[in-house]
Design a protein around this ligand. Structure first.
Ligand code: NIG
Ligand code: FE
Length: 416
């Protein structure tokens, strides 16, 4: 039997539109519907519009579950396209050292940073990683995240990378949040390859990527292209090999040092280039030209006390900007979606329309799923949020506060 749901009389429905990333000035184009309704069959949106028009189109309401959304605004579910949510252990001492002036790369060079989470993740069972993963997905769901990317990269060796990816796959199966898996073996050079990053790149290309592919454990391959981590040349070699095996590409690019990561992401046709705090003007122009999504992570800049990525400049240059959390135990131990939205609006100078597009449709594009999620339109999956206020602009105005009251995933109420 077909499951039919009608959400009616929402004070406002606000959504970007399209099946690909919105670039530049398109990011401002939000459709706003007063007294709005959404009609859903088997988890897929059939109609969106003013309540009188949608009810007329639906006709007979026999067998339809009707939900009155008066007083609420409705927006698409958030797509958090950059997280590292499968990890063991925490690094509070490193955070405190940073507050005393230690640098992120300095801590990493001393054997702390990512490597300390690698050690803790190796010590965790797959079951424990799975349990932690579910808990973290619960937290994201309560803030309106209906799709989330997750990266490996705290295993580095074959067994532990596969363990992380399997735990992630299991959380995807057992939790309403849809998970998009990314292989990030190129997150740090492990001690067994110290002084030989090229040897480690060879190992990933020959031993790990083919296994990950064969097991169907990741859609994307990512790399931390950074001074004293992986060079441009090493990143290019890894990502090209991954591309040949059929992986989509992502990059941690120009986060701390301006290396030319944005340029490389554009050259390779990566789906996204992420961080970009230090991206050059040429790199920004190339991202715009290539249609590579610029994924900005304002809470990382906030936690590291680094300058924010030039989001305003990127959109004005024609880029598609997505907003994501970078949730991880090191550089950014926060998974607060309200914080990201507020920082993007207040400190990156994105308009409220751009913030909404960045957190929904462009996030969906950054995980290659904009054809299916990220906006409220007929044919798309019914992933949406009922907000506490009648206007979606409260998402930035009620700064840093979660105003999500209910979450629907594939037309089913999964939170609230
Ligand atoms: O995106 N920059 C590299 N990777 C993560 C941080 C990971 C960590 O510190 O554990 C990031 O910021
Ligand atoms: Fe990251």
């Amino acid at each position: 039997m077909v499951t039919r749901i009608l959400i009616e009389h929402a004070s406002q429905i606000a959504t970007p539109r399209g099946r690909s990333a919105r670039r530049g000035s398109e990011m401002r184009q939000i459709q706003e519907i007063a007294d709005g309704a959404i009609y859903i069959e088997d988890g897929i949106i059939k109609e969106v519009g003013p309540t009188d028009q949608v009810t007329a189109a639906v006709g007979d309401l026999q067998g339809v579950e009707v939900v009155n959304a008066a007083g609420h605004s409705i927006v698409p579910g958030f797509v958090d396209s950059h997280t590292h949510y499968i990890f063991g252990g925490y690094r509070p001492e490193e955070f405190l050292a940073r507050l005393e002036g230690a640098g992120y790369l300095e801590i990493m060079k001393m054997g702390g940073g990512i490597q300390s989470t690698v050690n803790a993740t190796k010590a965790c069972s797959e079951q424990e990683l799975y349990r932690l993963g579910l808990q973290r997905l619960d937290e994201m769901l309560a803030q309106g995240v209906t799709t989330m990317e997750g990266k490996s990269g705290y295993g580095l060796d074959l067994d532990c990378e596969l363990k992380q990816l399997r735990a992630m796959q299991q959380t995807d199966r057992d939790h309403p949040v849809e998970v998009v898996p990314t292989y990030l073996g190129g997150h740090a050079v492990p001690p067994e390859y110290r002084g030989d990053p090229d040897g480690y790149v060879d190992f990933m290309i020959k031993e790990v990527l083919p296994r990950v592919k064969e097991l169907g454990l990741a859609t994307f391959c990512d790399v931390f292209c950074e001074d004293s981590v992986f060079s441009i040349e090493q990143s290019r070699r890894l990502l090209r090999a991954a591309q040949e095996m059929g992986f989509g590409l992502k990059m941690h690019a120009d986060e701390i040092v301006s290396l030319g990561g944005a340029e490389l992401a554009a050259e390779l046709g990566a789906v996204s280039a992420d961080h970009l705090l230090m991206a050059s003007d040429l790199g920004i122009a190339k991202l715009a030209g290539a249609g590579t999504v610029a994924t900005l992570l304002p809470s990382t800049a906030f936690c590291l006390a680094h300058p924010y990525a030039p989001g305003r400049k990127m959109i004005d240059a024609g880029c598609a900007v997505a907003l994501a959390s970078d949730y991880n135990p090191g550089s950014c131990f926060t998974n607060s979606i309200p914080l990201i939205l507020a920082l993007a609006g207040i400190h990156m100078h994105l308009s409220i329309e751009e913030v909404l597009t960045g957190a929904t449709l462009n996030g969906a594009a950054a995980v290659g799923r904009a054809d299916r999620i990220g906006s409220l339109e007929p044919g798309k999956q019914a992933d949406f949020l009922l907000l506490r206020y009648p206007d979606y602009r409260f998402l930035v105005y009620h700064s840093g506060v979660n105003i999500v009251e209910q979450v629907y995933k594939k037309g089913r109420l999964v939170y609230g």
